[in-house]
Design a protein around this ligand. Structure first.
Ligand code: ADP
Ligand code: MG
Length: 357
């Protein structure tokens, strides 16, 4: 069985700019992939090459086992939703959704049933008569999804379709996209700079930076076991510290940070100067009497109340005055602190991640 989408060394150069650099990928039928990365990292360019709007400078794109270079966009079996939805303003929701069917000369007698079925799928039954301006932002989004899917394409491509929505609606629509994708089983490639969206929606997350793939893995793996410093910094709130590798102890590496010797995890060589990463939520404020594998006294320097959690910044004298950020989700456990308070922070050596790059 060939994958639904296969990219082999796909690259794109604009003048002197390398927008996409030798990206390879196999995506099996029915999977949901999110390409995650900061603005300018090449996500849209990669998606547009798959769609056929841009020709790659190097490499090869196969869909369903066949090279697609010579297939024009409208002949590829691909549905698309972009940030600018480009609904036809003068057409009703029904006619917007019917449009791709009419374009493809779908039998006229079957159109009404098919359109109603897809309006139901996106939870807009009976709303077909409305024009886009008579629909809310979320409803317009749903029309755009129905229009992209109504002709039952092999692949759905999404380029930040949720980026313009406000937060609550965006989070609802993330779950909605996921539900629809699972219901139909359509192979989907989504592009976003929003890490939550990538983690919530996807079977697989491909992190890109400066045109290159940094890591391709399921969401929990990408988050929990980042491949390098960039991925560790892009997903979640992460503290970085300079470290020197002193020796190996079994699976662990002993490093020096500030004046302290600490145990961490990572594929790093003795003697190397590396970066140690500690996620804010892996750092704990210890209640009086509690112990952790590694612990230090620290001085609270900043307190940010975020509703469901408190973000503290602390200074750790024992780590060369390093400033660390940490979340406290359970302030009931040990009271709320103020700047100047002395606290004890702790973590497990499995969570001190060591990177050479
Ligand atoms: N048509 C173009 N001409 C020249 N440079 C481009 C063009 N399209 C994109 N780029 C450049 O390629 C890089 C990647 O852009 P893009 O794929 O849009 O990134 P993203 O979607 O991740 O924000 C950027 O440096 C951008 O300026
Ligand atoms: Mg883009």
């Amino acid at each position: 069985m060939h994958p639904m989408v296969r990219l082999s060394g796909v690259g794109k150069t604009f003048g002197g700019t390398v927008a996409v650099d030798a990206v390879s990928l196999d995506l099996a039928a029915g999977r949901f992939l999110t390409i995650l990365g900061p603005s300018g990292c090449g996500k849209t360019t990669l998606l547009r090459m798959i769609a056929g709007f841009i020709a790659p400078t190097t490499g090869r794109i196969e869909v369903n086992g066949a090279a697609v270079e010579s297939v024009p966009p409208w002949r590829r079996s691909i549905g698309m939703v972009f940030q600018r939805l480009a609904l036809f303003p003068h057409l009703s929701a029904f006619d917007n959704v019917a449009y791709p069917l009419r374009m493809r000369r779908f039998p006229a007698a079957g159109i009404a049933e098919r359109v109603e079925r897809y309006l139901e799928l996106v939870r807009l039954p009976g709303m077909g008569g409305r024009r886009p301006h008579e629909l809310s932002g979320g409803q317009q989004q749903r029309v755009a999804i129905a229009r992209a899917l109504v002709f039952e394409p092999d692949i759905l491509l999404l380029d930040e379709p949720l980026a313009a929505l406000d937060r609550k609606l965006r989070e609802d629509m993330q779950l909605e996209f996921r539900r629809i994708q699972q219901e139909l089983g359509v192979t989907t490639i989504n592009v976003t700079h929003d890490q939550r969206e990538a983690l919530v929606m996807s079977d697989e997350v491909m992190v890109m930076h400066q045109g290159r793939v940094q890591q391709s893995a399921p969401p929990a793996e990408t988050y929990g076991n980042p491949a390098n410093r960039f991925v560790a910094g892009f997903l979640g709130l992460t503290n970085f510290l300079d470290a020197e590798v002193l020796r190996a102890e079994g699976e662990r590496r002993v490093v020096r940070i500030g004046g302290a010797e600490l145990s961490g995890t990572g594929n790093v060589a003795t003697g190397a100067r590396v970066t140690a990463a500690l996620r804010a939520e892996k750092l704990r404020l210890l209640a009086p009497g509690a112990v952790a594998e590694t612990q230090f006294p620290a001085t609270v320097t900043e307190v940010v109340f975020e509703g469901d959690r408190i973000l503290y910044e602390v200074r750790v004298d024992g780590l060369g005055n390093a400033r660390l950020q940490l979340f406290d989700h359970d302030p009931e456990g040990h009271g709320r602190h103020s700047p100047g308070d002395i606290v004890t922070i702790g973590w497990s050596s499995a969570h001190l991640l060591l990177f050479t790059d």
